[in-house]
Ligand binder design. Structure first.
Ligand code: NAD
Ligand code: TYD
Length: 352
C-alpha cells in the first residue's frame, strides 16, 4: 500500500488529484493536509469524504510539529506537494504570504521527509533512504519567466521568474533541488502549464470569465488580451504527476504541457460563443504589472521518457469544462456567498 501525504488537496488541482487517484487505485491511503485558505473548499471533495482510503486534516504546512506528527502517525512513503498561494494578482498586492507558504512551507515538508526517510539521520554524509520513497514538488512553468514570439521552455531553461508568485515557486524548486543535491533526498519536480477544468477557484481566467458572462457582467481582459498561455486539462496534469511518481527518476525535473497555446482573447471569445453571450461584454482593463507575455512548454522529456500524453483535446476539454460550470452553478454561488465555509462548519463542527 502507498501512504501519500497530499498537501493542498482542497484546492483546484489537489482535489482533482485525490479524486483521480481514488478512481484508479485501491491499495492506497491519501491524507489531505490543507489549511482551507480562501482557495480551499471541501465541497470539491464531497464525493470522497466517506471513503476509507481518504482522510482530511485541517492544518498548515508551515506547522513543523503537526507535519512531524502526521509523518509519525501515517508513515508516509510519498509526498505530493500542491499547497501554495497560487494567484499571481494576489501576489502583487500581498507578496509576504507567498514567501512563508510557498518557500518556508516547502522547507518544512522537505525536513520532515528527510527526518522520516533517511536511514542514518545522525550522519550528515549519509545519502541512503528507505526504498520506494518520493517527494514530489508540484511546480509551474511560470518559474521560467516569459517567452517572446518563439521558443519553448525546456527543463534546462534558466529560471527567471517575474511575479512574486513565480519567484516564490522558483525559490521552493531550488530548495527541493538543494535537498536532493546536498542530502540525496529522492525528489521529483514537475512544472506544468496553465490548468483548466472543474473546481477551479473563480479568480482565475476561465472560471472567472464563465461566471461573469453568465451574469452578464463585464469580462475584464488585461491589456490587449494577446498574452499566450499553454492550456492543459487538470486531469491530464494529475495523470502526469502519477506517472512521474511511478517512473520518474529521482532528482529530475519534468515539464508538463499539451502544446496548446491560446491568447487570452481567444479563450474569452470561445467562452462567450459557447454561452451565447455577446462580445460587447469584453472590457479591456489596465494590464497586470510585470505580466508575462507568453508561456509554452516543450514536453519532449515526459512524452519520450515516460510515455505520458494528454488524453483531452482542448476542444473536448473546454467544452466539458464550460458545461461543468453551467451544471454546478451552486458550487460557484456557494463560493460567492461564502457558504462553503458554513459547509465546513457543518461537516467538522468548527469554523474555518
Ligand atoms: P489553489 O489555490 O486552488 O489551491 C491551493 C490549496 O492550498 C488550497 O486548498 C489552500 O487552502 C491550500 N493552502 C494554501 N496555503 C496553505 C498552507 N499554508 N498550508 C496548507 N494548505 C495550504 O491552487 P491550484 O491551482 O490547485 O495549484 C496547486 C499547485 O499547483 C500549486 O502549487 C501551484 O503553484 C501549482 N500549479 C498550478 C497551476 C494552475 O494552472 N492552477 C499550474 C501549474 C502548477
Ligand atoms: P490566471 O488565470 O490568473 O493565470 P496565470 O496568471 O497564472 O497565467 O491568468 C491567465 C491569463 O489571463 C493571464 O495572462 C492573465 C489573464 N487574465 C485576464 O486578462 N483577466 C483576468 O481577470 C484574469 C484573472 C486573468
Amino acid at each position: 500500500m502507498k501512504n501519500i501525504l497530499v498537501t493542498g488537496g482542497a484546492g483546484f488541482i489537489g482535489s482533482n488529484f485525490i479524486q483521480y487517484i481514488l478512481d484508479k487505485e485501491d491499495d492506497i491511503l491519501l491524507i489531505n493536509l490543507d489549511l482551507l485558505t480562501y482557495a480551499g473548499n471541501l465541497e470539491n471533495l464531497r464525493d470522497c469524504e466517506n471513503d476509507k482510503r481518504y482522510h482530511f486534516v485541517k492544518g498548515d504546512i508551515r506547522d513543523r510539529a503537526l507535519v512531524g506528527k502526521l509523518f509519525a502517525q501515517y508513515d508516509f512513503d510519498t509526498v505530493v506537494h500542491f499547497a501554495a498561494e497560487s494567484h499571481v494578482d494576489r501576489s502583487i498586492t500581498e507578496p509576504e504570504v507567498f514567501l512563508t507558504t510557498n518557500v518556508l512551507g516547502t522547507q518544512v515538508l522537505l525536513d520532515a521527509a528527510k527526518a522520516h526517510w533517511k536511514l542514518d539521520l545522525d550522519n550528515k554524509y549519509a545519502r541512503d533512504y528507505r526504498a520506494g520513497v518520493r517527494y514530489l514538488q508540484v511546480s509551474t512553468d511560470e518559474v521560467y519567466g516569459a517567452l517572446g514570439k518563439t521558443g519553448m521552455f525546456t527543463e534546462t531553461t534558466p529560471l527567471a521568474p517575474n511575479s512574486p508568485y513565480s519567484a516564490s515557486k522558483a525559490s521552493a524548486d531550488l530548495m527541493v533541488r538543494a535537498y536532493h543535491q546536498t542530502f540525496g533526498l529522492p525528489v521529483s519536480i514537475t512544472r506544468c502549464s496553465n490548468n483548466y477544468g472543474p473546481y477551479q477557484f473563480p479568480e482565475k481566467l476561465i472560471p472567472l470569465m464563465i461566471h461573469n458572462a453568465e451574469k452578464d457582467k463585464p469580462l475584464p481582459v488585461y491589456g490587449d488580451g494577446m498574452q499566450i498561455r499553454d492550456w492543459l486539462h487538470v486531469k491530464d496534469h494529475c495523470a502526469a504527476i502519477w506517472m512521474v511518481l511511478q517512473a520518474g527518476k529521482a532528482g529530475e525535473v519534468y515539464n508538463i504541457g499539451g502544446n496548446n497555446e491560446k491568447t487570452n482573447l481567444e479563450i474569452v471569445r470561445l467562452i462567450l460563443a459557447e454561452l451565447g453571450k455577446p462580445e460587447s461584454l469584453i472590457s479591456y482593463v489596465q494590464d497586470r504589472p510585470g505580466h508575462d507575455r507568453r508561456y509554452a512548454i516543450d514536453n519532449t522529456k515526459i512524452t519520450t521518457e515516460l510515455g505520458w500524453k494528454p488524453a483531452y483535446t482542448f476542444e473536448q476539454g473546454i467544452h466539458e469544462t464550460i458545461a461543468w460550470y453551467q451544471q454546478h452553478r451552486s458550487w460557484l454561488e456557494h463560493i460567492d456567498s461564502g457558504a462553503y465555509e458554513a459547509y465546513y462548519e457543518r461537516m467538522y463542527g468548527v469554523a474555518t
